[in-house]
Write a protein that binds this ligand. Structure first.
Ligand code: UN1
Length: 523
């Protein structure tokens, strides 16, 4: 069957068809810094596609001087942008969302070429951008403050929200466009400008996003430097940005190691950081669970995006009475997983991002085995004709114990650790007994179990789901988690507040000056 299905389009042919539409150059180096104009005096970055290892494009990175220019331009643009009424700012984001709708297929394909996501997930990511733009447009008319009763006669109090300034965005390779959009669309309607340092592993998608933003801004008569870009590595550009007092908020998505560094440097200058870091997400499968649903959710959660989401399902905590049945059906499903080029329709598992990632997966498997772990399926490198230098793997399931160091650690690859529990309290304890606290889920039809899981004694994660998996959150909710996940919240609900400056206001409209707390002072 598989051999008769049409061959996957090549990286080169897809790149050739979409690059011109996205304003990218195939041959010449693409400028990797934007401050209202394009530039970049840093070193050339050669971006290879994880699909087959072929050269996808070249980028001229930002030099430290380019960073300075970009942040100065973003600061200047902010001073004008913040005065535009918020609904008018929303109008610009509405146009951006529409431009994304027009280029959804092309940008989605570029995400696949550059990050290795299957086409459906590449397009899904662009849809996530469109959704957050819609959300931001609505929000632009709802940046509500409060009125507060004053204890003093002839006084009123209110709380207002003001634009903050230049927001620094650091994003990871695995959601190369959506996470920037969560931040920049909200920041924009809040009246902020942004400066973006994307992952060096996904520079071309970043350039494409900013090209679209530039065009929309020019059409709307707005300074495009509100969406500045600086492509470069952590030590060169990331450190400059995190230590820069001109950037009051740094929103960073990535590893716990990176977040720790960002948090420390930003705290030193009393800046704000919004951190969305690693997860170690578990699904509890209770005896009453609908196992068909659970299996599908686990599959999407554990092998979707080749295990490279911060919300990826990494642990299954299953009741011992149903473990064999669940594991058997998972192993059967894992054996049939279509692994291969993400450009081919039907593929569910694309490549890992690079050699380091493959290496990380292999050493985690070796460590789990050394601890006594039993590999039930997968775990080997996957090769096939036409995949060239791509780093493909067969997703794996390992029987493990929760307290092993390797299980406590987030390995950004499709490894699923399975463990069993006897009573429900034990399951909850295992779920929470990891350093990270991003996403969690339970499969049960027992109302008491479900509600306990959601109660103050239940899951300690930022996201807790019942009868759906750990990944694939909608943009309407606040996204982020506790403990080593960093505590930040992005995207929906009231996450917008992180991008604004709160002001408590008291106005005296009487001709007396009563003091609060009834204090008498002089006359
Ligand atoms: C991430 O992996 O950094 O919930 C973000 C999800 C996606 C976002 C993941 N909406 O899986």
């Amino acid at each position: 069957m598989a051999s008769k299905s049409p061959a996957a389009p090549t990286v080169a042919s897809v790149a050739k068809s979409i690059f011109p539409k996205l304003g990218l150059s195939l041959k010449a180096a693409n400028p990797g810094a934007f401050w209202g104009e394009w530039g970049g005096a840093g070193e050339i970055l050669e971006k290879r596609s994880p699909i087959d290892g072929s050269l996808l494009g070249r980028v001229k990175q930002a030099a430290p001087g380019d960073y300075d220019r970009a942040v100065a331009a973003a600061q200047k643009a902010f001073l004008v942008w913040r005065d535009l009424p918020a609904p008018k700012r929303g109008e610009v984001i509405r146009c951006y969302g529409n431009a994304l709708r027009d280029l959804k297929t092309e940008l989605g394909q570029l995400v696949s070429l550059e990050a290795g996501k299957i086409l459906a997930e590449g397009e899904g990511e662009v849809q996530e951008m469109i959704d957050i733009c819609d959300y931001a447009v609505g929000l632009s008319r709802q940046l509500f403050g409060l009125t507060i009763a004053s204890e003093r006669p002839g006084h009123h109090m209110r709380e207002t929200w003001h634009p903050l300034g230049v927001v620094g965005i650091i994003s990871a390779f695995n959601f190369p466009v959506a996470v920037w959009a969560w931040n920049s669309a909200l920041a924009a309607v809040c009246g902020d400008s942004t400066i973006w340092k994307p992952s060096e592993k996904t520079p071309l998608t970043a350039i494409a996003c900013i090209k679209i933003a530039e065009k929309v801004c020019r059409e709307c008569g707005v300074d495009p430097a509100i969406f500045a870009l600086v492509i470069g590595d952590g030590p060169a550009i990331g450190e400059l940005m995190t230590s820069d007092r001109r950037v009051p908020l740094i929103s960073a998505t990535g590893s716990t190691r990176m977040g720790k560094r960002v948090g420390e440097v930003v705290a030193k200058r009393f800046g704000r950081s919004l951190l969305e870091l690693g997860g170690n997400n578990a699904i509890i499968v209770a005896p009453s669970a609908d196992l068909k649903l659970a299996k599908r959710a686990i599959l999407f959660g554990a092998v979707g995006t080749a295990g490279q989401r911060c919300t990826t399902t990494r642990r299954i905590i299953v009741h011992e009475s149903i473990k064999d049945e669940l594991v058997e059906s998972l192993v059967t499903a894992y054996r049939q997983l279509p692994i291969g080029s993400p450009l081919k329709s039907g593929t569910l598992v694309g490549p890992l991002i690079d050699a380091m990632s493959l290496q990380g997966m292999m050493s985690a498997i070796a460590e789990a085995k050394k601890s006594g772990g039993k590999v039930l399926v997968g775990g080997e490198r996957f090769t096939a004709k036409g995949l060239g230098e791509g780093y493909y793997v067969a997703p794996c399931i390992i029987e493990a114990k929760n307290d092993w160091p390797v299980v406590q650690h987030e390995t950004f690859a499709p490894i699923l650790y399975v463990m069993t529990y006897r009573d429900f309290a034990e399951a909850l304890e295992m779920q929470n007994d990891v350093p990270q606290g991003l996403s969690s889920a339970i499969f049960t039809t027992d109302l008491r179990e479900a509600e306990q899981f959601l109660s103050s004694r239940g899951s300690d994660c930022g996201i807790a789901n019942v009868n759906i998996g750990t990944s694939g959150a909608e943009i309407g909710g606040a996204f982020g988690g506790e403990k080593e996940t960093g505590g930040g919240r992005e995207s929906g609900s009231d996450s917008w507040r992180a991008y604004m400056r709160r002001q408590t206001v008291t106005v005296n409209y009487s001709n007396a000056l009563p003091l609060a707390q009834g204090i008498k002072f002089g006359d």
